[in-house]
Ligand binder design. Structure first.
Ligand SMILES: Nc1ncnc2c1ncn2[C@@H]1O[C@H](COP(=O)(O)OP(=O)(O)OP(=O)(O)O)[C@@H](O)[C@H]1O
Length: 346
């Protein structure tokens, strides 16, 4: 059972982090100025994070950015050198093991154990009796379409199946907070989709979920809020929609005419791509005035609109704008590499 939160509602006192919107929900996690050094390496350099209760929060960044170190500090596995953290209302998260489910980056269950026993074992570490753990283990496997492997040994499972069992084991004690370190890595596309549904289901019943990833698409589909981390620093944390709104919407326009009085409604730097069949293609950012003046000018000026789409910037473009080209390129390479590894494994 989840316990009632005792934390004060977030009041917007995060002056150093203006991207965090105020919110009336209590915070499941609030960290300020976390710093961690390892033998002279500054792994995490002043991270602020605020995760409202019942939300899905993503920590996004390339390899070595500081995601795992941040999660470990939040869990109390390691202590920060500087900064404060409050998790489920406690500043000593290590003592909250029975209320937290954690999927570490290093995967591994005992190969000789059957799935249901492996889940019961993790449950026992989190305060459940083995009998209750087995009962819940069976239920949770069945609920997620894995009932048929409940009695199968971990060693006889595919990597993806074993990883899914480990993920389900983190949920067996019905934690209030679930912390997942790169939960999608190593899973094929179908299992990734199932995991996304599981994460959504957790949030729908009020569980807070925080996960790290270097694949922006998962965060874009799942998260209400994110922290973008690069080189140990967090240049952005807040709503996904706020990150996307950092960039203006992109207009893709096809006109029959190439010129006319309507051209003044387009940005001066917008250059047409001339089509062999006549007409022109235009791609530009929507200016502050919005779409209506543009449409009016195009229609009244008889530009001959053949096609028009206005797209909000995606999280990838926002990541490039916020974290920089280098971090985005590293992320893209890792995502490509991960996709190749998944394809080879399946
Ligand atoms: N125990 C440790 N001892 C020394 N350096 C460490 C240790 N843990 C992490 N680091 C260093 O801290 C930095 C951040 O590592 P971290 O594992 O937090 O990054 P990450 O974003 O989780 O990356 P990945 O996705 O590759 O796991 C890296 O430079 C890493 O080499």
């Amino acid at each position: 059972m989840q316990q009632a939160m005792t934390q004060e509602p977030f009041s917007g006192e995060f002056t150093a982090a203006p991207q965090i919107a105020t919110d009336s929900r209590p915070l499941a996690i609030e960290a300020k100025g976390l710093v961690k050094r390892f033998d002279g390496t500054l792994a995490v350099d002043g991270v602020d994070i605020a995760v409202p209760e019942g939300s899905i929060f993503g920590i996004l960044g390339p390899n070595g950015a500081g995601k795992t170190t941040t999660l470990r500090m939040l869990l109390g596995i390691i202590d920060p050198d500087e900064g404060t953290r409050s998790v489920l209302g406690s500043d000593d998260p290590h003592r909250l093991a029975n209320r937290i489910g954690y999927l570490p980056e290093e995967r591994g269950l005992y190969p000789a154990m059957k799935a249901v026993d492996a889940i019961a074992f993790v449950g026992a570490l989190r305060g459940l009796s083995v009998k209750e753990g087995r009962k819940r283990g069976l239920e949770i496997l069945e609920a997620h379409g894995f009932g048929h492997i409940a009695q199968r040994q971990i060693r006889a499972m595919s990597k993806g199946q074993a990883q899914t069992v480990q993920l389900l084991a983190t949920l067996v004690h019905d934690p209030a907070l679930v912390v997942l370190d790169e939960p999608f890595s190593g899973l094929d596309a179908i299992s990734q989709g199932k995991l996304e549904r599981t994460i959504r289901g957790l949030a729908e019943k009020g569980t807070t979920v925080i996960f790290s990833t270097h694949v922006l698409a998962h965060a874009e589909r799942l998260c209400e809020r994110i922290a973008i981390i690069a080189g140990g620093k967090v240049p952005f944390h807040g709503l996904v929609s706020t990150a996307r709104d950092r960039l203006p919407p992109q207009v893709h326009l096809e006109t029959r005419e190439r010129d006319g009085p309507w051209r003044t409604a387009l940005p001066a730097h917008a250059e047409p791509q001339i089509k062999a069949t006549g007409g022109a293609l235009w791609n530009f950012s929507l200016e502050d005035g919005g779409v209506e003046p543009l449409l009016t000018a195009l229609v009244e000026g008889k530009a001959g609109i053949q096609a028009l789409s206005i797209e909000r910037a995606g999280l990838h473009d926002a990541f490039v704008a916020i974290a920089g080209e280098a971090a985005a390129k590293q992320l893209d390479e890792e995502t490509g590499l991960a996709a190749m590894n998944t394809a080879e494994a399946s």
